[in-house]
Write a new protein. Structure first.
Length: 274
């Protein structure tokens, strides 16, 4: 079964394209190649096939004729979707969140690659910073955030696997975390990062880990993490060690991400952005 056949019953856009002969060379052939990739990666991806086709069209309408763009615009209008312009495709500056001066640093900000000091002062200021980081994480629809991502080069991270600010029980705040052991079993899943807007890539992580950390009052804690919490922890722990998730990308994802990384440098400058 080809990638196109996989999408035939899932995407109304595909049926429309199939009947439009003028778009066959411009869209159908490259889309077939794209959809073959969708099929091979569908087991690892959470996005629906039809959603990926929509995103593909949004990013490639500039390749089509004026007639084609007009007709695709009409399709998107009926679906209440707007094709993204170049400005819309570009990463934007960090959100301003009420109650905190903190902002998410964007790649290639130099503080993302700086050493991070151990926390020694477990004061109210630390607890305030952690609360602000959680607020900022939720405002960005994130599930994890490390202190260097907000311009604080300390070994502090927060995460909530559910991403739900009402789910307080799933919140974790970790100071000076250390990995005690890692399982031999690993898996590869797609990840994103708040410091890399709209960039995703596949990363291999350990499925189970045992960690030790200090809470906001300095008390030592030990816990075992599995599945998604383990993956989130390893992603944020990398930030504390000056490692970014793009450093783990497979060769194919490195090639695919180069243009977007160049855009980050062009938009945010060599020093990144706050």
């Amino acid at each position: 079964m080809t990638g196109i056949q996989v999408l035939s019953k899932r995407s109304s856009i595909y049926n429309w394209i199939k009947r439009a002969s003028w778009v066959r060379q411009a869209v159908l052939i490259p889309m077939a190649q794209f959809c073959s990739e969708v099929k091979s990666e569908r087991r690892d991806r959470d996005r629906s096939a039809s959603g990926r086709v929509t995103n593909w069209l949004r990013g490639n309408t500039s390749r089509l004729t004026r007639d084609a763009r007009a007709q695709i615009q009409a399709i998107f209008s009926q679906m209440n979707v707007q094709p993204a312009s170049r400005e819309q495709n570009e990463p934007s500056a960090s959100l301003e969140v009420s109650g905190t001066p903190l902002r998410v640093l964007k790649y290639p900000h130099p503080q993302l690659r700086q050493d991070n000091e151990a926390i020694v002062d477990f004061s109210d200021d630390l607890r305030k910073t952690a609360a602000q980081m959680l607020s900022l994480m939720y405002a960005h629809s994130g599930i994890g955030l490390a202190a260097p991502q907000v311009g604080i080069n300390k070994r502090l991270m927060v995460f909530n696997e559910s991403g739900d600010p009402e789910d307080i029980e799933s919140e974790m705040v970790l100071c000076n975390p250390v990995i005690l052991s890692k399982s031999d079993e690993t898996n590869v899943r797609e990840e994103g990062c708040l410091s890399f807007p709209k960039l995703h890539g596949f990363v291999k992580r350990h499925v189970n880990i045992e960690i030790e950390y200090q809470d906001l009052w300095g008390a030592a804690q030990k816990v075992s993490l599995s599945g998604m919490p383990a993956r989130i922890f390893q992603h944020e722990f990398d930030h504390l060690d000056k490692t970014l998730f793009i450093d783990h990308f497979r060769h194919r994802d490195r090639i695919k991400s180069k243009q977007k990384l160049d855009t980050f440098i062009r938009v945010f400058g060599e020093g990144g952005a706050i």
